[in-house]
Every structure is written in C-alpha cells, then in structure tokens.
Design a protein around this ligand. Structure first.
Ligand SMILES: Cc1ncc(COP(=O)(O)O)c(C=O)c1O
Length: 415
C-alpha cells in the first residue's frame, strides 16, 4: 500500500470536482448525502449527463444504417467512443473493443462463445475464491453444458490469492482462467500481470474482470497481456446498461458470435449467413448508443483528473478510514491484503450489517450491506455479510469522520 501523501489532496481540487457531480449536493433523510457505495455504482459528472442529454436533444438516430446526416454523424460519434475506450485501455485495435451491456454480459459472451469453441469434456476452468457471482455462474454453466470442471484458486485469510496453489492448478487440462483484477468485497488488488504471465507460460488464456479496477487504476491491456478484459460503464462514472469486452483480435476472430441478428452480418440468405468482421460480429441489434457516448465522456472526465492522482488520493482515504475503523471496539475488517483499492468491508461483533446500514442511511450515509454477490467468499470467512464502504475521488476525509461518528452511534443504539 502506498503511503498517505497530503499533497495529493491539494493537487486534486476536491471542492471543484464535487461541484461537477450534481447528485452530491442533494440531501438524504434531511442530511447531506455521503455516498460510499461507489463499488455498486459510481455517480455521474455533469459532462456525462450532458452528453446523454445532447444525444437525445440533437443527435438521435440509429448507427451504421442510414445515409442521412444524423445517422452518419452519430455513427462517427459512436465509433469515436470506441476509439476513446481503445486508447484508454491501450488496446492495439479499435475493433478489439466490443460494446456490451456490462461486465456480466461481457463474461457471459466469452464463456458462451469460448466455451462452444474450446471447452470439452474433462477440461478445466480456473476461477478464484474471491470472484463476483458474475465471474462464477457463466463458467459454472459452461461446465455443466460441456462436461468441464470448475477449479477454484484459494485465498489466505488476508484475502490474497495463494500463488503457489494457482501455479499448481494451472495444468494441461486448464482451458481458461477467469480472475478479478480488484475484489469488489475485499478491495484486494491482484498482481494481474504476474498471474497472466504464469498462465501464458502454459498457453492458457486469461479473462480479467476489471469491473472494480477501471475506476481506480490505469489499465494497459497490452502491458498486462490480458486475453479478455471486461468492465461496466456505470462503475466508471458512465451510464448504466453499457459495458466493454476487450479481446485480443486472435481470440475474437476465433470464437463464434454470441447473439446474432441485425448488425452482425455481411450477407444473409435462408440457406446461409456470413457474419460481419470485428467488432460488429459481436454487436447484435441496435446498441446502447447514448451509453457508448456517455461512457467515452466519463473516460475523458476521469483522464482529466488522471488515474494516478485518483489512485493516490483514494489511497489516502483508504488509509485514513482503515485507521479510524481500527479504533472502534468490535469492528473487524474483512480483507487486509497488502495491495488494496479504496474498498473496506467490515463486520461488527454481534450486529447485523443490514441494521448498521439502515441506521447509517438515516444519517444520509450510503454504504452497501450483504454478501456483495460473493457468497463463496462469505462462506470462506464464515460470515453472512459485511458492511462495505467504497470510496471514489469525490469523497473526503470529512465524510469519513461523519461516517465513523455515525457508525459509533449505530453501534451504541444497537447494543
Ligand atoms: C468484480 C465485479 N464483477 C462483476 C460485477 C458485475 O457488474 P455488472 O452488474 O455491472 O454487470 C461487479 C458488480 O458489482 C463487480 O464488482
């Protein structure tokens, strides 16, 4: 974990940044909103909201379909959005960026299409013990359909992958590895470059679930050599209903289309269909046009602040909140990896996370409670759920003080 540096707070003009997010000035239950549920979805800056509004006010038309001016303009804008994402991820080609509905949709696409082509009876698929259900269930389904076996990389009590076990589980039977970059529940940042390199030694491709990574860190898909990298727009300060599948050209060319229909073809006869080249092969039907445009606006916004600045500032928040929580009797943090993003899960002796979350909500503080779509992880820790506070760059230490104060009040009330 990098050490807290006060200068970053000065470098990021948090008041100015906060003013860009209209929702942050609203009240909840009569109190100023303190939004610590960024892991579930992030708030949107005005530039994203305006980009979506502008699409409907001035640009609305379908893409790739018309000779008329509006259709051509919006097609260019949509393809520019794809290029923005390509540059942001440092993908080699724009056609390696597939627009999807989100992380879950992207993983289902890969599991289904890769599974059909490459997974057979007795093959193994490797996931980790800290995966979100969205990076377990699609693989479980492929295993059922194809007669394959799901293997799980174990973690230690701190919430870190056990690398020696990972190495042991990578065998000739392993056909794909699917790993989260950052855990949504524990905040653990996995050493993704190293994990991918280990799989590549055995020629095994790796899908990375980047849902929680893209809001906090720079991702360079060529540097880490990810075969597939997936994320959702809405966690990256963009719209809901849009997400990204990055895939190496080689894989996207080899695997079959996922859903088919308008937009995915070169020619159709009743006898035979010839599918379009990348990326359209994977984009059936009218896409979430304003979503793609809004997501590009979100990426532009984040890049103006700079993901390195964001990571450094959020780490300050993480360190500050971790220290403060550590001083409260009965609080136990779940997930104490050396490398962590600004996500803190905790439990309080004898109290139900839901009750704590409900009282915090009365104070205008939004946290997440429950299993966070990671039930196997809850089983590993022998708990029902946690309270999770997840911070974004618009959060402040003052908000953390109010949260700690509110938590202490909640604990008193519930005891
Ligand atoms: C690590 C991780 N993977 C996958 C998902 C699913 O994302 P979505 O619901 O946007 O498809 C989430 C959402 O919380 C997540 O945190």
């Amino acid at each position: 974990m990098i050490e807290s540096k006060n200068i970053t707070e000065v470098q990021l003009d948090i008041e100015k940044i906060r003013a860009d997010f209209p929702i942050l000035s609203r009240k909840v239950n009569g109190k100023p909103l303190i939004y610590f549920d960024n892991g579930a979805t992030a708030q949107k800056p005005k530039s994203v909201i305006d980009a979506i509004g502008n699409y409907y006010s001035n640009q609305n038309a379908n893409i790739h379909r018309g000779v008329h001016t509006l259709s051509q303009e919006i097609t260019v804008a949509y393809e520019n959005a794809r290029s923005t994402i390509q540059k942001h991820l440092n993908a080699e080609h724009a056609h390696e960026i597939i627009f999807t509905k989100g992380t879950t949709d992207s993983i289902n696409l890969v599991a289904s299409s890769f599974g059909k082509k490459f997974i057979f009876q007795g093959d193994e698929i490797l996931v980790s013990a800290m995966e979100h259900h969205s990076n377990i269930l699609p693989w479980q389904q492929v295993c059922e359909e194809r007669g394959a076996i799901l293997k799980v990389i174990p973690i230690n009590k701190e919430g870190e992958l056990i690398i020696s076990e990972y190495k042991r589980l990578l065998t000739d039977k392993t056909k794909i590895v699917a790993l989260t970059h950052i855990s949504n529940t524990l905040g653990t940042i996995n050493p993704i470059e190293e994990l991918i390199a280990l799989a590549h030694v055995k020629n095994i491709p790796v899908l990375v679930d980047g849902a929680q990574a893209v809001p906090h860190t720079n991702v360079n898909v060529q540097l880490i050599s990810a075969d597939f990298y997936v994320f959702s727009g809405h966690k990256l300060f963009g719209p809901t209903g849009v997400g990204v599948l990055y895939g190496k050209e080689k894989w996207l060319t080899e695997i079959p289309p996922y859903q088919v229909g308008g937009g995915t073809i070169k020619t159709v006869t009743f006898e035979k269909t010839e599918y379009a080249d990348l990326p359209l092969k994977f984009e059936a039907g009218t896409p979430h046009i304003e979503g793609g445009i809004g997501l590009a606006a979100a990426i532009d916004y984040v890049n103006k602040i700079g993901l390195n600045n964001i990571a450094a500032y959020e780490n300050e928040l993480l360190v500050y909140a971790t220290e403060a929580l550590g001083k409260i009797n009965g609080v136990k943090i779940i997930g104490t990896a050396k490398e962590k993003a600004s996500v803190i899960s905790f439990i309080v002796d004898g109290l139900h996370p839901f009750d704590i979350g409900t009282i915090l909500d009365q104070l205008g503080i939004a946290v997440r409670t429950g299993h966070h779509c990671t039930q196997p992880l809850m089983q590993f820790y022998g708990i029902q759920g946690t309270v999770r506070a997840s911070f974004a760059f618009y959060n402040t230490k003052e908000e953390i003080d109010l949260f700690i104060n509110g938590l202490e009040r909640a604990i008193k009330m519930l005891n």
